[in-house]
Unconditional design. Structure first.
Length: 217
């Protein structure tokens, strides 16, 4: 039974995995996301697409996690890295970080539909092999959300540290009218996509249920 390592401190990703029967060993990967994207765009000579962005960062996080685990003497297990961005009108939005930016985005996306992209990278430590994928789901926001509701939601602090400044699994769920595609993609990682990556690396998804060696940092 392989140990599942989650190179992320996202509570939403841990929750998704737990709901799917997987206890993950979670830790923070050491990745400068902005620098990684800038470097890739300089090399390519063009801006990265949303799919390229999330795949690049998911791989960077998984690889950083794998390096850390190997330095600690870990020689087996699966290491997952994930990243998400929200796209509206062709513009890529990550985490807003500030209330002012979160409010600007909500005024822009109210009553409209955008796309949430989630990148996935899974590394088999023992085989030094990886598998990657990108999932996308469309998200439609309530048109009758008032300015007061926007201000109250931002004041909660929830939208400041999530891609697109919204969630569908917590307070933000009341302001999302519909999701077209896999809902878990919008939460932080696509569980169906991850199951396929696990199989691509030669394991069965059910082998991961309730890994007994999981621990948290």
């Amino acid at each position: 039974m392989p140990i599942f390592h989650l190179a992320s401190t996202s509570p939403a990703r841990r929750m998704l995995l737990a709901q799917a029967g997987i206890n993950a060993h979670a830790f923070a990967p050491d990745v400068d996301e902005h620098a990684a994207v800038e470097s890739a765009e300089r090399e390519a000579g063009v801006p990265l697409t949303p799919s390229q962005t999330v795949e690049l960062l998911a791989r960077a996080k998984a690889e950083a996690g794998a390096r850390l685990l190997r330095r600690r003497g870990e020689t087996s297990g699966l290491v997952f890295g994930g990243d998400s961005v929200f796209v509206l009108d062709g513009t890529i939005y990550g985490k807003p970080h500030t209330p002012e930016e979160a409010r600007r985005r909500w005024l822009l996306q109210r009553g409209r539909t955008g796309t949430l992209f989630s990148g996935h990278c899974l590394i088999d430590l023992a085989a030094n092999a990886d598998a990657r994928s990108v999932s996308a789901s469309d998200v439609s926001f309530a048109s009758d959300m008032t300015d007061g509701e926007i201000d109250a939601y931002i004041a909660s602090g929830e939208p400041l540290s999530v891609a697109g400044a919204f969630t569908i699994d917590s307070l933000g769920s009341a302001f999302v009218d519909s999701v077209s595609g896999d809902p878990s993609t919008v939460v932080g990682l696509s569980i169906p996509a991850l199951r396929r990556l696990v199989r691509e690396l030669g394991f069965e998804w059910t082998q991961l249920w309730k890994t007994p060696h999981a621990r948290a940092e």
